[in-house]
Structures are given as C-alpha cells and as structure tokens.
Ligand binder design. Structure first.
Ligand SMILES: Nc1ncnc2c1ncn2[C@@H]1O[C@H](COP(=O)(O)OP(=O)(O)OP(=O)(O)O)[C@@H](O)[C@H]1O
Ligand SMILES: [Mg+2]
Length: 234
C-alpha cells in the first residue's frame, strides 16, 4: 500500500525504480562525483513539474540564471517562458560571499520559498551551501532549517551533493544523507574492458516506500537522462 502520493521525476526508468516516483513532500539527495549528471537530473525533475504547470524553484549556488537557462536549452528544455511567467523561480546564491549569502539565506530565502507555492524545489548544490558555514554545527543547523522550511511548504525537493573522494557512497559533508528522506547515488565506473565509462544509478535510501535496490545503467544524451531500468549492470 502506498501511503503518500507520487511525484514523477520525469525519468521513466527512475520512476519505475521508485514504484511510481518520489513520495510527495520528500527531500531527496542526488549524490555523485563531478559530471555524473546531478544538475541535469535536477533540471529534468523541474521540467516535468513545469510541463504540469506546477510552480518550481531552482536554488543555485553554482550557475547563474543565464547559465542555467543555457544548460537547459542544450537538452531542448526552454525555461525562459517559465521564468518570465514566474512559474519557475531561480534563486541564485553567491558561494564566494559567505556573509551576505548567509544573511540572504536567513532573511530572503524563506520568504521567497513560502511565497512561491512551489511543488518542486532543487538545491544545486548543498555541498557548496554547506561550505558557507564555518563549522559542523552551523552546517548541520542550516541544513536542518532549510529542510524544515522546504517540508513545511509541501514541496518535493531534490538536493544535489558531491561525494567524498575516498568514499563515493557518502556526501562530502556526510550530512545531507541523514537529514534527507531519500538518497540516490550516481556513479561513473570505468568498465572492466577499459574504454567507455559506465554511468550507474542506485537508490540507497527512500523512506516510507519500497524501491528497487538494483544498480541500473543510465545515459546522458541531448534529451537529458535516460535510466535503463530493464537492463542490468555487469
Ligand atoms: N547534450 C549532451 N549530450 C550528452 N551528454 C551530455 C550532454 N550535455 C551534458 N552531457 C553530459 O553530462 C555531464 C554534465 O552533467 P551535469 O552538469 O548535470 O553533471 P553534474 O553532476 O551536475 O556535474 P558537476 O559536479 O560538475 O556540477 C557532462 O559532463 C556530459 O558528460
Ligand atoms: Mg552540477
């Protein structure tokens, strides 16, 4: 029995692994090393929302508005209309200016998120967000507050996170995966024969739902991410 509604990620194979999609109002971390497609997955999740006319928010610590729009259009996703119509809200935070940014996170961000009525939120990335804070306690407190805020709005959220070099199954700060309701891991593995790198996705955690525990291959093409849920990884 499913206790909660499902929010389709917009990636069929992944929705299949999730038995229909992300549980509504979940906060899910998408973890992976650089270039594994975390930002793409986040954008694709928001595009699915925009297609259903749901208000969506992208909180970016990496790329500015133009760069996010260019990224999206490379996959054939036009976000300019949604930005103009205020269906898509883009909140850019400057990781280089910690003091100002922390003030904005505390004052402007809650108003923005609450006022927008978003059904879907992406934070890209919590690794950069955490870097703004000097110590472990502050990082933890900020992440906790942000998750509280996002949960209270009823939105379903994806947080992207970089992984540790020495332990690619754990995020750089080792915080988000405990706070979050779910963890999706993206990995790029050198294939045994050498040659092409294989991209794999797995669900490490998803509270309040059954899900696939299998490792599945995925690819990134000019249409975004495709998860090959029918295939196995060898
Ligand atoms: N049009 C495309 N066709 C095929 N592959 C693409 C295309 N656009 C991007 N990619 C692949 O997607 C990767 C980038 O994905 P994305 O930016 O989502 O990754 P990321 O995990 O967010 O990276 P980072 O850690 O640098 O933020 C590229 O390195 C490339 O391999
Ligand atoms: Mg990225």
């Amino acid at each position: 029995m499913q206790a909660t509604g499902r929010v389709k990620t917009g990636i069929d194979g992944l929705d299949e692994m999730l038995q229909g999609g992300l549980p509504e109002n979940h906060i899910v971390v998408v973890m992976g090393s650089f270039g594994t497609g975390k930002t793409t997955l986040g954008l694709q999740f928001l595009m699915e929302g925009l297609r259903k006319d749901e208000p969506c928010i992208f909180i970016s610590l990496e790329e500015d508005k133009e760069s996010v729009a260019r990224n999206a259009s490379a996959f054939g996703w036009d976000i300019s209309g949604a930005l103009e119509k205020k269906k898509l809200g883009l909140f850019k935070l400057e990781p280089s200016d910690a003091k100002t940014t922390i003030t904005r996170i505390k004052s402007e961000l809650p108003k923005f998120v609450k006022g927008f009525g978003a059904k879907r939120v992406v934070v890209d990335s919590v690794s950069l967000l955490n870097m703004l804070f000097a110590d472990e306690n502050e990082k933890r407190a900020n992440l906790f507050n942000l998750c509280q805020l996002l949960r209270s709005t009823g939105a379903t959220t994806m947080l992207t996170a970089e992984v540790k070099d020495e332990n690619p199954r754990s995020s750089r700060d080792g915080l988000a995966e405990y706070t979050a309701d779910g963890v999706i891991l993206l990995q790029s593995d050198e294939s045994k024969e050498g040659g092409e790198v294989q991209l794999t996705i797995r669900i490490l955690k998803m509270r309040r739902t059954g899900h696939s525990r299998r490792v599945k291959p995925y690819s990134i093409t000019d249409k975004g991410i495709t998860v090959h849920a029918g295939a196995d990884v060898f």
